[in-house]
Design a protein around this ligand. Structure first.
Ligand code: ASP
Length: 483
């Protein structure tokens, strides 16, 4: 009988990395009949082997720093043979074919996609599920973009099968060849399938429990986020949280098909539920659900008297950044100033030309640049219409003696972005996490403790943050320097 309620399961590379994790994945899949469609990644990195996708990339380019092509092929064969232990999968034959395809000049995309393809073949043997090649339904258009409509229509046909195992990360290009998605694309394959078959939910299995509220390398044992909306996820991913592939939620837009991020080694734990914004439960604990951040931003500040009256100033300035391919991340502003926050690495080698162009195009009175800025995003759609979140965040930082350089909150009230010195980054994350998770008693105790510490010990010496003045044009073009 065909399954009505289906769960689309994705096994990530970390879950496919060795025989014991593969066996565990099969055990979990088979423990619930609804888990009838499985999407797999290529084997991930483990103690013995590198990530399979990376090995295949080296194989095609023949650019491995230590291994020749034949050594790489031997390693691939040994790994797949190990993962297929106890099945009829013939690793030798499959990898010999891969070698022949390579010699025959197969495309980069085809060779790299074989990591997922062969892993799905192996899982099909272990699970007894029908192998369905992703090329049969994931379609790209002539411009190389995903053809969502056609893909969903084709994916819907999977409902006719009692079960299916599908390789992630690739589909079929307009000319019939294999085309890869961007890295981590198996997440997208999973949601395409789920939307096509109108699944009850997706399960995204990893080797960690859900999505944490803060970076575990900075905060000890941070809480797991229980429910996360796709917009909140985007805010956290922007700051470097690895949740899902950026495009993965697109096929599920407007649909009530949640994605559950779960830990294969602790399957009894609930993990994190990623839901479409429209289906976010009204009552969640706390307005703030995550605190993420990144270091190494630079800020370029333009000052021009009566800027607010000059039509198109911002348009001209942003145009200059676009011409030099410097991506602007945020634009905090004042009345006669506007600042452009960019990633410092993005400016490398481009600043002198950018500066010259800004001078010519915008004729600013002053241009300054400051480096070593870290941005922290306090995220949560529950902040909307909740007074006091910014006050609490800035208060928590003030208690730790952390100076705020920039604050940026969009009118959607989904996140507050706070700019501080790189050196304060870790302390700020810890302070904000404590502010939004500790009980008021604990917070009071921490503040008292910090106060005692501050009274006993002189404040640590701070490196003063300085803006480097590149150009000044006082007296300015129009009305002279204000006195
Ligand atoms: N194996 C591919 C990668 O390493 C795709 C994936 O895992 O989703 O990016």
């Amino acid at each position: 009988m065909l399954q009505e309620k289906r769960i689309v399961v994705k096994w990530g590379g970390a879950c496919m990395r060795n025989l014991s994790s593969v066996k565990k994945a099969c055990e979990i899949t088979l423990s619930d009949q609804r888990r009838s469609i499985v999407v797999v990644s290529a084997p991930g990195k483990d103690d013995e082997y590198d990530k399979m996708t990376n090995v295949l990339i080296h194989l095609h380019r023949d650019d491995h720093p230590e291994k020749s092509r034949s050594e790489m092929l031997n390693e691939i064969e040994a790994r797949f043979a190990q993962l297929a232990t106890g099945t009829k999968f013939n690793a030798k034959r499959e990898v010999e074919k891969l070698g022949r395809d390579l010699a025959d000049g197969s495309s980069f995309d085809f060779i790299v996609s074989r990591g997922e393809y062969l892993m799905a073949k192996i899982m099909s043997e272990h699970l007894g599920f029908t192998f369905v090649d992703a090329s049969t339904f994931v379609r790209f258009d002539a411009e190389g973009r995903l053809n969502l409509q056609e893909t969903l229509e084709r994916a819907a046909l999977l409902c006719k099968l009692p079960n299916a195992i599908i390789p992630g990360f690739y589909g079929q290009a307009f000319d019939g060849s294999v085309k890869l998605m961007t890295r981590g694309g198996t997440d997208l394959t999973k949601t395409l399938v789920a939307a096509g078959v109108k699944a009850e939910k997706c399960e995204n299995w990893k080797d960690v429990t859900g999505v944490k509220m803060a970076d575990p390398r900075i905060v000890k044992n941070p809480r797991t986020i229980k429910v996360l909306s796709t917009k909140e996820m985007r805010e956290l991913s922007y700051m470097g949280f690895e949740v899902l592939h950026e495009e993965a939620v697109l096929p599920l837009r407007g649909k009530n098909i949640p994605i559950e991020v779960r830990n294969m080694w602790l399957p009894e734990e609930k993990g994190t539920l990623v839901v479409d914004d429209a289906y976010l439960p009204e009552h969640r604990n706390g307005a703030v659900i995550g605190i993420a951040g990144k270091k190494d931003f630079s800020i370029i500040r333009l000052e021009k008297r009566l800027m607010n009256q000059e039509l198109g100033f911002l348009h001209r300035a942003t145009g200059v950044f676009a011409t030099h391919a410097v991506n602007i991340e945020h634009v905090p502003g004042g009345i006669d100033t506007v600042s452009f926050l960019v990633r410092s690495e993005n400016l490398k080698g481009k600043f002198p030309a950018l500066l010259k162009d800004l001078e010519q195009t915008c004729e600013p009175d002053e241009v300054c640049i400051g480096h070593n800025i870290a941005l922290i995003s306090v995220v949560g759609s529950g902040m909307t219409n909740t007074p006091g979140i910014l006050a609490r965040a800035s208060g928590a930082l003030a208690w730790c003696g952390i100076n705020i350089r920039i604050v940026d909150q969009g009118s959607s009230e989904l996140s507050i972005i706070i700019g501080i010195d790189n050196d304060d980054y870790e302390a700020a994350i810890r302070a904000l996490y404590a502010e939004f998770t500790d009980s008021w008693m604990k917070r009071l105790f921490k503040k008292a403790w910090w106060f005692v510490k501050k009274s006993l010990r002189p404040a640590r010496k701070r490196r003063p943050f300085s803006f480097h003045l590149y150009k000044t044009n006082w007296p300015p073009h129009s009305s002279g320097r204000p006195v």
